[in-house]
Ligand binder design. Structure first.
Ligand code: GLP
Length: 243
């Protein structure tokens, strides 16, 4: 049985959280330069991705083989919609880290048949996975990716009904197309990752962090499923830390 490692670290601020997250990632990248990184979007990991871009400047060769896979998307947002996860990932990860097209695995948010697109993406994961390093943020309602609180959670890639709170997400401010549903990896895809990194930042995450720290596993708070994983790093900044 591999050693069980669950670490919750408190960081002074957002920058320290991002830098520590990058340290954690770099340790994995050195071990496995061709690793597959799953990328959440949103504000929590933005500083982390920017820190990776800085570290790439110092050691470009180290980043020459890593691969990236998209975690989730707002449907039916097209790739050229700046509010889409696709646009975010291309802008913040693919371009700065010079990830070539063959090293980026994604799916279309505006596919005419989103269910079929999810099935195709599940195949992609089966073929190229599992994820080595999964970067996550947590929603204000405890969602992971777009796995929303519900009576039951889906195991693999699926079309998700968006919670009210998710439709108000900051990424969507100014979006030309309003999301009608989500497309997301399932809890099984996330939990099959070899290592998980959850970044939690800001006062709006204090309540979700409190719920998370209470422990226990419930579909009413999908983030709680992370406690089932044996290689979990949670880095929380001071503003999000529940006193
Ligand atoms: C959205 C994104 C997720 C992200 C979550 C938290 O649902 N699709 O990938 O993890 O929001 O976002 P934030 O870090 O901005 O709070």
């Amino acid at each position: 049985m591999p050693e069980r490692r669950q670490r919750v670290q408190l960081s002074r601020d957002y920058d320290e959280m991002s830098a520590r997250g990058a340290d954690r990632f770099m340790a994995e990248l050195r071990q496995k330069p061709g690793l597959l990184m799953c990328a959440a979007t949103g504000s929590s990991p933005l500083g982390f991705y920017r820190e990776l871009a800085r570290r790439r400047e110092a050691a470009p060769d180290l980043f020459a083989r890593m691969r990236v896979i998209k975690l989730d998307e707002w449907g039916p947002l097209p790739a050229d919609e700046p509010a889409s996860c696709e646009a975010y990932i291309r802008r913040e990860i693919i371009e700065p880290l010079r990830i070539t097209p063959d090293r980026y695995l994604t799916f279309a948010g505006d596919a005419a048949d989103p269910v079929a697109e999810c099935a195709r993406f599940a195949e992609t994961i089966a073929q190229h996975g599992p994820i080595d390093f999964c970067v996550l943020g947590i929603g204000a309602n405890g969602h992971l990716g777009l796995n929303e609180p519900a009576d039951s959670l889906s195991e693999t890639v699926h079309v998700a009904e968006l919670a009210e709170a998710s439709q108000q997400h900051g990424m969507l401010a100014g979006a030309r197309v309003q999301p009608q549903y989500g497309m997301t990896m399932g809890m099984g895809d996330i939990l099959r990752s070899r290592a998980l990194l959850l970044l939690v930042s800001g006062a709006s995450k204090r309540e979700p962090m409190r719920t998370f720290m209470r422990g226990g596993v419930t579909t009413a708070f999908p983030g709680s499923f992370l406690w089932l994983h044996g290689n979990l790093t949670v880095i929380c900044d001071n503003d999000a830390w529940p006193e």
